[in-house]
Design a protein around this ligand. Structure first.
Ligand SMILES: Nc1nc2c(c(=O)[nH]1)N[C@H]1C(S)=C(S)[C@@H](COP(=O)(O)O)O[C@H]1N2
Ligand SMILES: [Mo]
Length: 508
């Protein structure tokens, strides 16, 4: 029986072997676009099989860190199994040890193959990862065995075996370095290619942005949300990084003329600018999952018209490589400025916001429309196929609800006596905001409105109040250009978006 100390070492070695194996697998997944990241794939697979109730508990517990938690759990489990395998290998139960690594690898391979459209080559990183782990355990624990007394007999044989092992180890290491070098190279090349892009101008650029009231009003959201502050929501564990020169967008399904477009062809189409506020359906009343940007892109309705939808089609279902898909009714291409966006606030789309291209449909929540890392648009029918979130309990239709938010001050704040300025934003696509009212202890007054960029963007508002001592309830509500007053009825985010008045308490 090996000593406790050597068992501890073997455990650590197993853990390290798996860690290196995972690292190598992840590096390898950058090597070729068809090769899938083992950790991501396992994560996505788990997300796809766990019951919705568990998923929503995880999301409630960890909010947007739920994926981080999932990845951490996967890694921890894999590392622990590695440690166990290390100890077993030391105890001369090599078959069981390698069976554990083999099972881990097979599991990885199966989850890769379970992905829609996965080619057989997609399993390469998982295999490489498993091989690297086994190799390290084999080499390191093979050596550990050599120092055990009972195998100390044939010295000559031992040294020859050692030479072979070192040669094998060096060869493997060299191969890994080559592979990781290649992986890092392709990855960074794609990032550099993005940086080198110069987007064409819109055919009729929008007027320059007005002076932003937020520059002089404390706590107010800026009129345009800077790209690095724009909320990010997606199911991708890592944002995919496409090679713009290889990326294509296909439009197919129930169409007369399927279309394939390259990035260069997309940029050659007439481009227009669109100021549009996008919101996540999961944004609670008063929440942060909403942002306003000046997008640049080509018209979606033109493209769909060129493809020629068959009369049976009733849905535009877009999808991307992270397994996400989003569908909305074809008849919502009713003249609104739906676009395939390539630019966001004067930059090529940031990688985490969908580079090279994404869809933006004014008035629709992201989950039914705003596919990032767009690769395919399929004309289909709602009774055949549905977007990613629909089978997970979210509504098939996702029009953005009218909402308003108090940005400043925050709930529970104590404010100084005298003049105090409340500030926030409100949105009511597609009509636009006509008025925002602030209710202080139930007495409603009109707030001052900031500039209106379009019916589908938010408007900033502010209201000066001469504070009186004590505690106060402050509420906000919006009125749209079409005369609708924001509902007071409280709705949860599921299944189709939160509603109700944002309320805070302040003490003077
Ligand atoms: N490929 C992909 N696109 C996606 C998603 C996703 O998970 N994957 N999530 C959607 C959702 S739910 C929202 S709210 C928006 C968020 O876009 P943003 O991250 O650029 O703010 O993207 C949409 N597009
Ligand atoms: Mo969303």
């Amino acid at each position: 029986m090996p000593t406790r100390a050597s068992q501890r070492q073997a455990f650590a070695l197993g853990v390290i072997a798996v860690a290196i194996g995972i690292f190598v697998g992840e590096l390898a997944s950058n090597f070729h676009s068809a090769w899938k990241s083992p950790v991501d794939t396992l994560g996505n697979w788990i997300i796809s099989v766990i019951p919705r109730s568990v998923e929503s508990i995880a999301i409630t517990l960890f909010s947007t860190h739920d994926k981080g938690f999932l990845v951490a759990t996967i890694l921890l489990a894999a590392l622990l199994l590695g440690g166990v395998a290390g100890v077993l290998a030391l105890r001369n139960k090599k078959e069981v040890a390698f069976a554990i690594i083999g099972l881990e690898t097979t599991f990885g391979v199966i989850t890769v193959l379970a992905r829609p459209h996965a080619g057989i080559t997609a399993i390469a990183p998982s295999l490489i990862s498993g091989l690297a782990t086994s190799l390290i355990i084999y080499i390191a624990l093979g050596r550990a065995k050599v120092v055990q007394p009972e195998v100390n007999s044939a010295t000559e044989l031992k040294s020859r075996r050692q030479v072979l092992k070192y040669a094998g180890g060096a060869g493997a290491l060299g191969g890994l370095m080559l592979l990781s070098g290649q992986g890092v190279k392709t990855h960074s090349l794609n990032v550099i290619k993005r940086l080198a892009i110069k987007l064409p101008k819109a055919t009729h650029p929008l007027p320059a942005l007005p002076v932003d009231p937020a520059s002089s009003i404390r706590g107010l959201s800026t009129l345009i949300t800077p790209n690095n502050e724009f909320y990010q929501i997606d199911i991708a564990i890592n944002a995919p990084i496409f090679d713009v020169e290889a990326w294509t967008l296909t439009i197919n399904g129930l169409v007369k003329h399927p279309i394939t477009l390259t990035y260069a062809e997309l940029l050659k189409r007439p481009l227009f600018e669109l100021d549009d506020t996008m919101s996540c359906v999961s944004n609670p009343v008063g929440g942060p999952l909403v942002g306003n940007a000046r997008w640049l892109g080509c018209r979606l309705d033109d493209l769909i018209r060129e493809a020629g939808p068959l009369s049976s089609a009733d849905q535009i279902l877009s999808s991307s490589s992270d397994g996400f898909s989003a569908g909305f009714p074809l008849n919502l291409l009713d003249g609104r400025d739906a676009m395939i966006a390539v630019g966001m606030n004067g930059q090529p789309l940031p990688i985490k916001h969908g580079f090279p291209a994404r869809i933006i449909v004014p008035g629709l929540y992201g989950y039914v429309s705003a596919t990032k890392w767009l690769t395919n648009i399929e004309l289909t029918r709602f009774d055949i196929k549905q977007g990613f979130w629909i089978s997970r309990g979210w509504s098939q239709l996702g029009p953005i609800k009218m909402e308003s938010r108090i940005d400043y001050p925050i709930d529970g704040a104590s404010v100084p006596a005298g003049k105090f300025r409340f500030a926030g934003v409100a949105w009511a696509p597609l009509a636009g905001i006509a008025a925002v009212q602030l209710g202080i202890d139930g007495v409603w007054k009109d707030a001052t409105l900031g500039p209106s960029l379009s019916g589908t963007t938010w408007r900033q508002w502010w209201f000066d109040w001469n504070t009186t001592g004590g505690k106060h309830l402050v509420q906000v509500r919006a009125v749209s250009v079409s005369g609708e007053v924001q509902t007071q009825a409280v709705a949860d985010v599921a299944p189709n978006g939160a509603s109700g008045w944002h309320s805070i308490k302040v003490s003077v």
